[in-house]
Design a protein around this ligand. Sequence first.
Ligand code: NAD
Ligand code: TYD
Length: 351
Amino acid sequence: MKTLLITGGAGFIGSNFVHHWVKQHPEDRIINLDALTYAGNLENLNGIEPSENYRFVHGNICDADLVNTLFEDEKIDHVVHFAAESHVDRSITAPETFIKTNVHGTFPLLEAARKYWANDTRRRFLHVSTDEVYGSLEAGDPAFTETTAYAPNSPYSASKASSDHLVRAYFHTYDLPVITTNCSNNYGPYQFPEKLIPLVFIHALEGKPLPVYGDGKQIRDWLHVSDHCRGIDAVLQQGQPGETYNIGGCNEWANIDIVHQICTRLDGLHAGEKPKAELITYVTDRPGHDRRYAIDAGKIMHELGWKPEYTFETGIEQTLHWYLDNQGWWERVRDGEYRKFIEQQYKSLAG
Ligand code: NAD
Ligand code: TYD
């Protein structure tokens, strides 16, 4: 039995990873440390029964005392570090929390691992990062590999790049058994409804404008979140300390084509209504908007035998049905109902 400290396990990818790990490794213990920011939602963890093998800790990764106590009390074997401020648009309007959480917050985790693991080479510190640290590609450029130079362009990607460098330094300086994964854009269940795919889907359902930034021809490489979780699992179990692994779906789409795909699928479900594509509305572009991301996932595929299980067709179909079947979930997120629950649940911890 191993004990995993999962940070940010109430967010989109973290909660999918908790579900994945409990199913695949029921003998292991999970400590889920999450500050429950706007992006953290305990409803994402419904079905994870209170059990001896699972503990939720409401707290901040920047709190070094709390992090040290968790390492001390829970005898943490591995860290899977998801907790971050993750939304590019929010990083443009309010960058400070990105620096605090993504940069300052990674430091106490690394320090605690260094202190409590004392060069135990069986441990792993898996730092979950993004392809956005590599910057922007032009059409025809080769996809990002693990050796592509970092060139972050937004406060979000710059803060993730900073934390990646810190993680790397702990391997080279202290032999801490760290591994970093850089993944492309995820989609799937529990994604916060201000991100492109859930936002377009929900707006289209409700007959609201579908905002497309700039000319809509920016390209992203989309991966279903459950394939990302399987990739992290493979890296945690078989990856080499000090290495980085790119994870991606070989699945490049222009934003406008994604929006059209969603519209067409919804038109199929709502025959006779006005075509959803009539709702598409071009809006002012995001400042510094990266044009194209594409991941070369050859290393994780060849070295660790990972490959995506979902095609984009099966993945988007599964995701749209999840949002249709879980209307209550996104309505509660949107109207802030879930925040009232958090306030009630944690009033004992308030100031
Ligand atoms: P998210 O915003 O949905 O979730 C982040 C979680 O971290 C939330 O539960 C939040 O409450 C928690 N958190 C935030 N600040 C915290 C703090 N100071 N202390 C403790 N908890 C805190 O993000 P996500 O989309 O699930 O992304 C998870 C990780 O994966 C991030 O590190 C992100 O950079 C990386 N990533 C995301 C994508 C993507 O497409 N979403 C792609 C590649 C990499
Ligand atoms: P997003 O889901 O915010 O992810 P990221 O910025 O991390 O790639 O956006 C995906 C792409 O969709 C990105 O190119 C910005 C674009 N976009 C829109 O065109 N309209 C929108 O309303 C949103 C949220 C994003």
